[in-house]
Design a protein around this ligand. Sequence first.
Ligand code: SF4
Ligand code: SF4
Length: 88
Amino acid sequence: MFGPLICKPKSSKNNKTGSWRTELRPKYLQKNCIACNMCVLVCPEACIEGSGKNTYNCNLDYCKGCGLCAVICPKQDIIMVKEEEKKE
Ligand code: SF4
Ligand code: SF4
């Protein structure tokens, strides 16, 4: 039995999974971040980037609001907020 076939490599970038979010999205406070990179490692969408303390953020076009980054952050520097606050 065959698994799924990838006909066009890198085509997953066309699937903007951010539309999967329903109620909550992460908010990166950028106040107590120690650049441990745990949020990057745990994100199933690989949509978080950062290059030093208090620089981390996610691409909401791909974030599906699972909340794993907020749970794993050792400094509680990521919180989940209601989707309406997106346009802050
Ligand atoms: S909520 Fe989930 S998908 Fe969104 S940035 Fe955090 S870990 Fe990634
Ligand atoms: S998990 Fe928290 S402390 Fe670690 S890099 Fe991400 S935002 Fe910063």
